[in-house]
Design a protein around this ligand. Structure first.
Ligand SMILES: [Zn+2]
Length: 195
């Protein structure tokens, strides 16, 4: 939580674009600076699992399994984890993606843990997003600056999408509020191109 008094508690929301074309474009999503409800992380019966640099919040074992499968990369990604090894596989895959993002950006991993909130459906992510942002264009995934949380849905999940949002976490931690939304998005898109 911020202790700053000169501005309201706010968050920055970053987005990934839906189409492949847009994914590679330098189109910039407009920034959001809206209050983040206190209830956001107090609402849930969510389970959590700690990796080295992140905490995954998920509803149940099946969801964690789907999440682990959804972020598989390359040949290794062909391996489909069972429920029993999904924690370990999710952890390895997240840390591997984060490691590559950090290498591309030449920045260290964030000092504070990144929360990764796994939403079952896009609709659920939309509901969550709408609690603090009333834009019509709801992204398929986003990063909330103040809570250092990445939000993804199992319906729109890939290693690239997670990499983009993790890039926002890395960039935000590195620059703090010194980097404008636009600068952050340009850097995150640089990761898209090289990931
Ligand atoms: Zn972005």
């Amino acid at each position: 939580m911020s202790t700053q008094t000169y501005r309201p508690k706010a968050l920055r929301v970053s987005t990934v674009l839906i189409s492949g074309l847009a994914f590679l474009s330098l189109a910039i999503y407009s920034a959001s600076q809206l209050a983040y409800p206190e209830s956001v992380f107090a609402d849930d019966g969510y389970l959590s699992y700690e990796t080295r640099h992140t905490t995954i919040h998920y509803l149940n074992g099946s969801e964690l399994q789907s999440f682990a499968r959804g972020i598989g990369r390359g040949l290794v990604g062909l391996f489909k984890p069972s429920k029993s090894d999904s924690k370990e596989v999710a952890s390895k895959r997240i840390e591997s993606i984060l490691d590559e993002v950090c290498k591309i950006l030449d920045m260290p991993p964030p000092r504070r843990k990144i929360t990764i909130r796994v939403h079952s459906t896009h609709d659920e992510l939309v509901r969550h997003f709408s609690e603090f942002d009333d834009r019509r264009d709801v992204p398929i995934a986003f990063y909330a600056y103040e809570s250092a949380s990445v939000h993804v849905s199992l319906e729109d999940l890939s290693d690239k999408i997670l990499a983009h949002e993790l890039a926002h976490a890395v960039i935000s931690d590195y620059f703090g509020k010194a980097a404008t939304e636009r600068v952050q998005e340009i850097l995150a898109k640089y990761v898209d191109m090289h990931f």
